[in-house]
Design a protein around this ligand. Sequence first.
Ligand SMILES: [Mn+2]
Length: 394
Amino acid sequence: MLEDLDNLMEIEEIDSLMVSGNAFDNPDVYWLTGFRSPDNILCLHNRGEETIVATAFKTLERLEKESFIEKTFDLTELYQSFMERGERATDNPEKVMDAVLKENFDGEVIGVPRRFPSDLLIAIQNLGCEVKPVPDLLLQARATKSEEEIKMIEKAGEATICALSNVIELIKNTGIGANDVLLSDGEPLTVRDVKQALNHNLLDMTAEAAEDSIVAVGQMGYDWHYLGAPDDKIKANVPIIMDVFPRLKIERYVADVTRTVVKGTPSDKVREMFYAVMEAGDAVLDEMTAGANIDDVNMACYNTLKEHGFGSSRLNPGAKEGMTHSLGHGIGLEVHEYPSMYVRDGEFKEGHVVAIEPGVYLMNEGGVRIENDFVVTKDKPKRTTMGLEEILYL
Ligand SMILES: [Mn+2]
Protein backbone atom coordinates (compact mmCIF):
# COMPACT_ATOMS: atom_id res chain seq x y z
CA MET A 1 0.00 0.00 0.00
CA LEU A 2 1.04 3.63 -0.50
CA GLU A 3 1.25 3.89 3.30
CA ASP A 4 4.10 1.34 3.31
CA LEU A 5 6.32 3.37 1.03
CA ASP A 6 8.07 5.52 3.64
CA ASN A 7 8.95 2.55 5.85
CA LEU A 8 10.37 0.61 2.92
CA MET A 9 12.39 3.68 1.89
CA GLU A 10 13.80 3.97 5.38
CA ILE A 11 14.90 0.32 5.31
CA GLU A 12 16.61 0.95 1.96
CA GLU A 13 18.17 4.17 3.31
CA ILE A 14 16.99 6.36 0.47
CA ASP A 15 15.82 9.96 0.89
CA SER A 16 13.73 10.05 -2.21
CA LEU A 17 12.24 7.72 -4.77
CA MET A 18 12.01 8.70 -8.40
CA VAL A 19 9.62 7.09 -10.89
CA SER A 20 9.13 8.07 -14.52
CA GLY A 21 6.84 6.97 -17.33
CA ASN A 22 3.07 6.76 -17.84
CA ALA A 23 0.19 4.68 -16.53
CA PHE A 24 0.13 2.44 -19.58
CA ASP A 25 3.79 1.50 -19.77
CA ASN A 26 4.66 1.66 -16.09
CA PRO A 27 2.19 0.46 -13.45
CA ASP A 28 4.33 2.08 -10.74
CA VAL A 29 3.37 5.49 -12.14
CA TYR A 30 -0.34 4.70 -12.09
CA TRP A 31 -0.13 3.21 -8.61
CA LEU A 32 1.73 6.24 -7.25
CA THR A 33 -0.50 8.89 -8.86
CA GLY A 34 -3.82 7.41 -10.02
CA PHE A 35 -3.19 9.35 -13.27
CA ARG A 36 -4.52 7.34 -16.20
CA SER A 37 -2.80 9.03 -19.13
CA PRO A 38 -0.37 8.13 -21.91
CA ASP A 39 1.71 11.23 -21.07
CA ASN A 40 5.06 10.64 -19.41
CA ILE A 41 5.44 12.30 -16.03
CA LEU A 42 8.18 12.43 -13.42
CA CYS A 43 7.30 11.48 -9.82
CA LEU A 44 9.48 12.35 -6.86
CA HIS A 45 8.57 10.92 -3.49
CA ASN A 46 10.64 12.46 -0.71
CA ARG A 47 10.50 10.22 2.35
CA GLY A 48 7.71 11.23 4.70
CA GLU A 49 6.20 13.75 2.28
CA GLU A 50 3.54 13.91 -0.42
CA THR A 51 4.56 12.68 -3.87
CA ILE A 52 5.45 15.54 -6.23
CA VAL A 53 4.76 15.21 -9.96
CA ALA A 54 6.74 17.32 -12.42
CA THR A 55 5.11 17.90 -15.80
CA ALA A 56 3.94 20.66 -18.12
CA PHE A 57 1.23 22.13 -20.33
CA LYS A 58 -2.15 20.40 -20.52
CA THR A 59 -0.81 17.29 -18.85
CA LEU A 60 -0.35 19.32 -15.69
CA GLU A 61 -3.91 20.66 -15.83
CA ARG A 62 -5.31 17.18 -16.41
CA LEU A 63 -3.15 15.69 -13.67
CA GLU A 64 -4.50 18.23 -11.19
CA LYS A 65 -8.08 17.30 -12.09
CA GLU A 66 -7.80 13.54 -12.55
CA SER A 67 -5.12 12.16 -10.23
CA PHE A 68 -4.87 12.05 -6.45
CA ILE A 69 -1.59 14.02 -6.55
CA GLU A 70 -1.68 17.26 -4.56
CA LYS A 71 1.82 18.61 -5.14
CA THR A 72 2.97 19.45 -8.64
CA PHE A 73 6.00 21.11 -10.18
CA ASP A 74 5.36 23.07 -13.35
CA LEU A 75 7.92 22.54 -16.11
CA THR A 76 6.01 24.54 -18.75
CA GLU A 77 8.39 27.51 -18.86
CA LEU A 78 11.46 25.30 -19.06
CA TYR A 79 9.92 23.22 -21.85
CA GLN A 80 8.97 26.42 -23.70
CA SER A 81 12.60 27.58 -23.55
CA PHE A 82 13.63 24.28 -25.17
CA MET A 83 11.01 24.74 -27.89
CA GLU A 84 12.29 28.23 -28.68
CA ARG A 85 15.57 26.56 -29.62
CA GLY A 86 13.84 23.81 -31.60
CA GLU A 87 14.54 21.25 -28.89
CA ARG A 88 12.48 19.03 -26.62
CA ALA A 89 12.66 17.97 -22.98
CA THR A 90 14.09 14.61 -24.06
CA ASP A 91 17.07 16.48 -25.59
CA ASN A 92 17.80 18.05 -22.19
CA PRO A 93 17.48 15.46 -19.41
CA GLU A 94 20.12 17.14 -17.26
CA LYS A 95 18.44 20.55 -17.40
CA VAL A 96 15.08 19.00 -16.50
CA MET A 97 16.54 17.04 -13.61
CA ASP A 98 18.48 20.05 -12.37
CA ALA A 99 15.31 22.16 -12.27
CA VAL A 100 13.30 19.46 -10.50
CA LEU A 101 15.93 18.55 -7.93
CA LYS A 102 17.03 22.12 -7.10
CA GLU A 103 13.52 23.03 -6.12
CA ASN A 104 12.29 19.74 -4.61
CA PHE A 105 15.13 17.68 -3.20
CA ASP A 106 17.59 18.33 -0.43
CA GLY A 107 18.55 14.78 0.53
CA GLU A 108 21.48 12.70 -0.58
CA VAL A 109 20.34 9.35 -1.95
CA ILE A 110 17.73 8.88 -4.66
CA GLY A 111 16.28 5.42 -5.11
CA VAL A 112 15.21 4.26 -8.57
CA PRO A 113 13.08 1.22 -9.43
CA ARG A 114 13.95 -1.48 -11.95
CA ARG A 115 12.09 0.38 -14.70
CA PHE A 116 13.80 3.76 -14.93
CA PRO A 117 14.93 5.64 -18.05
CA SER A 118 18.69 5.45 -18.48
CA ASP A 119 19.04 9.06 -19.75
CA LEU A 120 17.43 10.38 -16.58
CA LEU A 121 19.55 8.09 -14.42
CA ILE A 122 22.78 9.40 -15.96
CA ALA A 123 21.51 12.97 -15.67
CA ILE A 124 20.92 12.60 -11.91
CA GLN A 125 24.36 11.09 -11.44
CA ASN A 126 26.00 13.87 -13.48
CA LEU A 127 24.33 16.37 -11.16
CA GLY A 128 26.19 14.77 -8.25
CA CYS A 129 23.34 12.82 -6.62
CA GLU A 130 23.90 9.36 -5.26
CA VAL A 131 21.58 6.91 -7.02
CA LYS A 132 20.60 3.61 -5.44
CA PRO A 133 18.74 0.95 -7.42
CA VAL A 134 15.81 -0.36 -5.34
CA PRO A 135 14.40 -2.99 -7.73
CA ASP A 136 12.06 -4.58 -5.17
CA LEU A 137 10.81 -1.59 -3.23
CA LEU A 138 7.74 -0.68 -5.26
CA LEU A 139 6.93 -4.36 -5.83
CA GLN A 140 6.89 -4.83 -2.07
CA ALA A 141 4.79 -1.73 -1.46
CA ARG A 142 2.32 -2.75 -4.18
CA ALA A 143 2.02 -6.31 -2.84
CA THR A 144 -0.32 -5.40 0.02
CA LYS A 145 -3.56 -4.01 -1.35
CA SER A 146 -5.90 -1.35 0.02
CA GLU A 147 -9.67 -1.92 0.33
CA GLU A 148 -10.15 0.09 -2.85
CA GLU A 149 -7.69 -2.01 -4.78
CA ILE A 150 -9.29 -5.23 -3.54
CA LYS A 151 -12.68 -4.00 -4.79
CA MET A 152 -11.24 -3.48 -8.26
CA ILE A 153 -9.60 -6.90 -8.26
CA GLU A 154 -12.97 -8.38 -7.25
CA LYS A 155 -14.59 -6.57 -10.16
CA ALA A 156 -11.96 -7.99 -12.52
CA GLY A 157 -12.64 -11.43 -11.03
CA GLU A 158 -16.39 -11.14 -11.66
CA ALA A 159 -15.80 -10.16 -15.29
CA THR A 160 -13.41 -13.08 -15.77
CA ILE A 161 -15.75 -15.68 -14.27
CA CYS A 162 -18.63 -14.32 -16.31
CA ALA A 163 -16.65 -14.48 -19.58
CA LEU A 164 -15.42 -17.99 -18.78
CA SER A 165 -18.95 -19.17 -17.90
CA ASN A 166 -20.25 -18.00 -21.26
CA VAL A 167 -17.42 -19.69 -23.12
CA ILE A 168 -17.87 -22.93 -21.19
CA GLU A 169 -21.55 -22.78 -22.18
CA LEU A 170 -20.46 -22.39 -25.80
CA ILE A 171 -18.26 -25.49 -25.54
CA LYS A 172 -21.04 -27.39 -23.79
CA ASN A 173 -23.43 -26.68 -26.67
CA THR A 174 -21.18 -28.08 -29.38
CA GLY A 175 -21.58 -31.38 -31.19
CA ILE A 176 -18.84 -33.95 -31.58
CA GLY A 177 -17.62 -34.60 -35.14
CA ALA A 178 -15.00 -36.83 -36.77
CA ASN A 179 -11.72 -37.25 -34.85
CA ASP A 180 -13.46 -35.88 -31.75
CA VAL A 181 -13.39 -32.34 -33.14
CA LEU A 182 -16.08 -30.18 -31.55
CA LEU A 183 -18.57 -28.64 -33.96
CA SER A 184 -20.34 -25.35 -33.46
CA ASP A 185 -23.08 -24.72 -36.04
CA GLY A 186 -21.58 -27.58 -38.03
CA GLU A 187 -18.10 -25.98 -38.20
CA PRO A 188 -15.02 -27.13 -36.25
CA LEU A 189 -14.58 -25.03 -33.11
CA THR A 190 -11.07 -23.57 -32.92
CA VAL A 191 -8.96 -21.83 -30.32
CA ARG A 192 -9.49 -18.66 -32.40
CA ASP A 193 -13.27 -18.97 -31.88
CA VAL A 194 -12.93 -19.55 -28.16
CA LYS A 195 -10.55 -16.62 -27.66
CA GLN A 196 -12.78 -14.35 -29.77
CA ALA A 197 -15.74 -15.32 -27.59
CA LEU A 198 -13.69 -14.67 -24.46
CA ASN A 199 -12.55 -11.28 -25.76
CA HIS A 200 -16.07 -10.18 -26.74
CA ASN A 201 -17.42 -11.20 -23.36
CA LEU A 202 -14.64 -9.38 -21.55
CA LEU A 203 -15.17 -6.20 -23.58
CA ASP A 204 -18.85 -6.22 -22.67
CA MET A 205 -17.66 -5.86 -19.08
CA THR A 206 -15.06 -3.21 -19.97
CA ALA A 207 -12.21 -5.62 -19.46
CA GLU A 208 -9.74 -6.97 -21.98
CA ALA A 209 -7.13 -9.70 -22.11
CA ALA A 210 -4.06 -8.20 -20.45
CA GLU A 211 -1.79 -10.00 -22.90
CA ASP A 212 -3.40 -13.09 -24.39
CA SER A 213 -5.38 -15.97 -22.89
CA ILE A 214 -4.35 -19.60 -22.71
CA VAL A 215 -6.58 -22.12 -24.46
CA ALA A 216 -4.68 -25.41 -24.57
CA VAL A 217 -6.33 -28.58 -25.86
CA GLY A 218 -5.36 -32.15 -24.91
CA GLN A 219 -1.66 -32.95 -24.89
CA MET A 220 -0.79 -29.35 -25.78
CA GLY A 221 -1.72 -28.49 -22.19
CA TYR A 222 1.31 -30.43 -20.99
CA ASP A 223 3.26 -27.20 -21.61
CA TRP A 224 1.56 -25.04 -19.02
CA HIS A 225 2.27 -21.75 -20.82
CA TYR A 226 1.30 -22.92 -24.30
CA LEU A 227 -1.01 -20.10 -25.37
CA GLY A 228 -2.89 -22.08 -28.01
CA ALA A 229 -2.53 -21.41 -31.74
CA PRO A 230 -5.57 -19.87 -33.49
CA ASP A 231 -6.12 -22.90 -35.72
CA ASP A 232 -5.90 -25.51 -32.94
CA LYS A 233 -9.13 -27.49 -32.92
CA ILE A 234 -11.10 -27.91 -29.70
CA LYS A 235 -11.64 -31.62 -29.10
CA ALA A 236 -13.86 -33.90 -27.05
CA ASN A 237 -12.76 -36.31 -24.29
CA VAL A 238 -9.52 -34.42 -23.51
CA PRO A 239 -8.86 -31.62 -21.03
CA ILE A 240 -9.21 -28.05 -22.31
CA ILE A 241 -7.29 -25.58 -20.15
CA MET A 242 -8.57 -22.02 -20.25
CA ASP A 243 -6.42 -19.53 -18.33
CA VAL A 244 -7.78 -15.98 -18.54
CA PHE A 245 -6.03 -12.96 -17.05
CA PRO A 246 -7.82 -9.79 -18.12
CA ARG A 247 -7.41 -6.19 -17.04
CA LEU A 248 -10.23 -3.76 -16.32
CA LYS A 249 -9.88 -1.06 -18.98
CA ILE A 250 -10.57 1.87 -16.66
CA GLU A 251 -9.44 0.68 -13.23
CA ARG A 252 -6.46 -1.26 -14.68
CA TYR A 253 -6.51 -4.07 -12.11
CA VAL A 254 -6.39 -7.70 -13.24
CA ALA A 255 -7.74 -11.11 -12.28
CA ASP A 256 -6.28 -14.48 -13.16
CA VAL A 257 -8.56 -17.50 -13.43
CA THR A 258 -8.10 -20.98 -14.91
CA ARG A 259 -10.66 -23.68 -15.50
CA THR A 260 -10.10 -27.07 -17.10
CA VAL A 261 -13.07 -28.73 -18.78
CA VAL A 262 -13.67 -31.88 -20.78
CA LYS A 263 -16.51 -32.14 -23.28
CA GLY A 264 -17.48 -35.78 -23.29
CA THR A 265 -15.73 -38.31 -21.08
CA PRO A 266 -12.37 -37.73 -19.41
CA SER A 267 -9.90 -40.60 -19.06
CA ASP A 268 -9.53 -42.14 -15.60
CA LYS A 269 -6.11 -40.50 -15.34
CA VAL A 270 -7.52 -37.02 -16.07
CA ARG A 271 -10.17 -37.65 -13.42
CA GLU A 272 -7.42 -38.48 -10.92
CA MET A 273 -5.49 -35.39 -11.92
CA PHE A 274 -8.58 -33.26 -11.47
CA TYR A 275 -9.40 -34.46 -7.96
CA ALA A 276 -5.75 -34.23 -6.88
CA VAL A 277 -5.59 -30.63 -8.07
CA MET A 278 -8.86 -29.75 -6.32
CA GLU A 279 -7.59 -31.25 -3.09
CA ALA A 280 -4.20 -29.53 -3.37
CA GLY A 281 -6.00 -26.20 -3.76
CA ASP A 282 -8.08 -26.86 -0.63
CA ALA A 283 -4.95 -27.82 1.32
CA VAL A 284 -3.39 -24.48 0.39
CA LEU A 285 -6.41 -22.55 1.64
CA ASP A 286 -6.21 -24.30 5.00
CA GLU A 287 -2.67 -22.97 5.44
CA MET A 288 -2.67 -19.61 3.70
CA THR A 289 -3.22 -16.99 6.35
CA ALA A 290 -1.46 -13.76 7.34
CA GLY A 291 1.85 -14.72 8.94
CA ALA A 292 2.01 -18.17 7.32
CA ASN A 293 5.38 -19.16 5.90
CA ILE A 294 5.28 -19.23 2.09
CA ASP A 295 7.25 -22.46 1.95
CA ASP A 296 4.81 -24.22 4.31
CA VAL A 297 1.89 -23.20 2.10
CA ASN A 298 3.73 -24.48 -0.96
CA MET A 299 4.34 -27.78 0.78
CA ALA A 300 0.65 -28.19 1.61
CA CYS A 301 0.04 -28.24 -2.15
CA TYR A 302 2.97 -30.41 -3.22
CA ASN A 303 2.53 -32.97 -0.45
CA THR A 304 -1.16 -33.37 -1.30
CA LEU A 305 -0.28 -34.01 -4.94
CA LYS A 306 2.35 -36.49 -3.82
CA GLU A 307 -0.26 -38.40 -1.82
CA HIS A 308 -2.16 -38.75 -5.08
CA GLY A 309 0.93 -40.04 -6.85
CA PHE A 310 1.86 -36.83 -8.67
CA GLY A 311 5.31 -35.30 -8.43
CA SER A 312 6.42 -31.68 -8.57
CA SER A 313 9.52 -29.70 -9.46
CA ARG A 314 9.53 -28.29 -5.92
CA LEU A 315 10.10 -31.75 -4.42
CA ASN A 316 12.17 -32.95 -7.36
CA PRO A 317 13.76 -30.20 -9.49
CA GLY A 318 14.26 -32.69 -12.34
CA ALA A 319 10.57 -33.61 -12.53
CA LYS A 320 9.19 -33.68 -16.08
CA GLU A 321 5.63 -34.42 -15.02
CA GLY A 322 3.35 -33.46 -12.16
CA MET A 323 3.23 -29.84 -10.98
CA THR A 324 6.13 -28.24 -12.80
CA HIS A 325 5.44 -24.60 -12.07
CA SER A 326 5.09 -22.33 -9.06
CA LEU A 327 2.05 -22.40 -6.77
CA GLY A 328 0.98 -18.94 -7.86
CA HIS A 329 1.78 -15.26 -7.70
CA GLY A 330 0.53 -11.92 -6.50
CA ILE A 331 -1.84 -10.00 -8.79
CA GLY A 332 -2.77 -6.32 -8.96
CA LEU A 333 -1.96 -3.86 -11.70
CA GLU A 334 0.06 -6.64 -13.29
CA VAL A 335 -0.63 -10.32 -13.77
CA HIS A 336 2.55 -11.30 -11.95
CA GLU A 337 3.33 -9.31 -8.83
CA TYR A 338 4.67 -9.94 -5.36
CA PRO A 339 4.49 -12.00 -3.25
CA SER A 340 6.59 -14.49 -5.15
CA MET A 341 5.93 -18.10 -4.23
CA TYR A 342 9.42 -19.15 -5.22
CA VAL A 343 10.88 -17.64 -2.07
CA ARG A 344 11.40 -20.04 0.78
CA ASP A 345 11.63 -17.69 3.74
CA GLY A 346 8.91 -15.09 3.11
CA GLU A 347 5.52 -14.91 4.74
CA PHE A 348 2.01 -14.04 3.63
CA LYS A 349 0.73 -10.68 4.80
CA GLU A 350 -2.75 -9.33 5.32
CA GLY A 351 -3.83 -7.64 2.08
CA HIS A 352 -1.73 -9.76 -0.24
CA VAL A 353 -3.85 -10.73 -3.23
CA VAL A 354 -2.67 -13.92 -4.88
CA ALA A 355 -3.62 -16.21 -7.73
CA ILE A 356 -3.28 -19.82 -6.55
CA GLU A 357 -2.96 -22.26 -9.42
CA PRO A 358 -2.35 -25.90 -8.60
CA GLY A 359 -1.96 -28.03 -11.71
CA VAL A 360 -0.77 -31.45 -12.86
CA TYR A 361 0.77 -32.08 -16.27
CA LEU A 362 1.34 -35.48 -17.87
CA MET A 363 2.89 -35.94 -21.30
CA ASN A 364 0.24 -38.34 -22.55
CA GLU A 365 -2.80 -36.64 -21.03
CA GLY A 366 -2.09 -32.93 -21.14
CA GLY A 367 -2.79 -30.74 -18.11
CA VAL A 368 -5.35 -29.96 -15.45
CA ARG A 369 -5.10 -26.60 -13.71
CA ILE A 370 -7.54 -24.72 -11.48
CA GLU A 371 -6.76 -21.13 -10.58
CA ASN A 372 -8.57 -18.69 -8.32
CA ASP A 373 -7.67 -15.37 -6.70
CA PHE A 374 -7.63 -14.77 -2.94
CA VAL A 375 -7.12 -11.97 -0.46
CA VAL A 376 -4.92 -13.04 2.44
CA THR A 377 -6.53 -12.23 5.80
CA LYS A 378 -5.93 -13.10 9.45
CA ASP A 379 -8.32 -16.02 8.99
CA LYS A 380 -9.27 -17.98 5.89
CA PRO A 381 -8.35 -16.34 2.60
CA LYS A 382 -11.18 -14.50 0.88
CA ARG A 383 -11.82 -15.70 -2.65
CA THR A 384 -12.44 -12.96 -5.21
CA THR A 385 -13.30 -15.24 -8.14
CA MET A 386 -16.53 -16.90 -7.08
CA GLY A 387 -18.37 -19.32 -9.34
CA LEU A 388 -17.67 -22.19 -11.72
CA GLU A 389 -17.11 -24.87 -9.09
CA GLU A 390 -16.30 -28.50 -9.62
CA ILE A 391 -16.46 -28.45 -13.37
CA LEU A 392 -14.74 -31.32 -15.06
CA TYR A 393 -16.89 -32.63 -17.86
CA LEU A 394 -19.70 -31.05 -19.78
MN1 LIG B 1 -1.64 -17.32 -12.90
